[in-house]
Design a protein around this ligand. Structure first.
Ligand code: ADP
Length: 209
């Protein structure tokens, strides 16, 4: 996270004088307490400083890298999951390919009549199915999908970091976010490598720390 010149000055003052009140930091900088309020809020929210009631601000001693790591470990799947695109088990391979294009996704989840997860379709699954001479409008996706129980899933309160690890370990591009319901798992979201790329960029921009 990029700190402003004034925020750097505040950190230096607190490092050498902490614990120190907001009032005293302001007077050292020749500013009013009100002017400093947003900077102090940013510095405490991001973890550089801690505020103790009636004592004042003190320096936590954490480096930018430590704070970044702490923040990454705190991110939950539910904050970042996107809308899952699902198809029914009797959908044809042809229609699944159209859905993949229309919804601009790389992974489709296959559900049964009760909307429970039964399979996953990747781009290559569909490419492979398209290489033979079959009529793609006549082949249902349940013939070619990767099926339960071999599907790697995650849940809304899992950590994004754990979801990312699963994708790397299993060498897959996406995970369904699921919720246990009677009769199976309902698909409530999806986490993909694109999600992780977005998280990475947001963190570096400082939106989350
Ligand atoms: P691609 O096949 O286009 O490279 P993936 O790497 O995601 O895309 O998929 C590799 C294989 O893993 C495919 O056969 C796919 O069906 C399967 N797969 C994809 N996602 C999962 C998942 N969450 N759990 C289990 N298998 C999956």
């Amino acid at each position: 996270m990029e700190l402003s010149k004034r925020q750097e000055q505040i950190i230096e003052i607190v490092k050498s004088n902490g614990p120190i009140t907001g009032e005293n930091i302001a007077s050292k900088l020749g500013l009013t307490r009100a002017t400093l309020r947003p900077d102090l809020a940013i510095l405490t929210m991001s973890g550089f400083l801690e505020a103790r009631p009636r004592v004042g601000y003190y320096y936590t001693g954490k480096t930018g890298n430590e704070l970044l790591t702490e923040n990454i470990k705190r991110l939950k799947v539910q904050e970042y999951q996107s809308v899952p695109i699902v198809v029914k088990e009797h959908t044809s391979v042809y229609d699944a390919i159209s859905t993949m294009f229309l919804d601009d996704v790389g992974t489709l989840f296959v559900v049964d009549e009760q909307s429970c997860l039964i399979g996953v379709l990747s781009r290559k699954d569909l490419l492979r199915a398209s290489m033979g001479q079959q009529d793609l409008t006549a082949v249902p996706v349940h013939i070619i999908m990767t099926r339960m129980p071999n599907i790697t899933v995650c849940r809304r309160d899992d950590m994004v970091l754990d979801a990312a690890r699963k994708m790397i370990d299993q060498q897959i591009d996406g995970l369904p976010v699921v919720k246990a319901v009677e009769g199976g798992l309902e698909v409530v979201g999806r986490i993909t490598k694109t999600t992780i790329t977005k998280v990475f960029v947001e963190l570096i921009r400082g939106n989350h720390i």
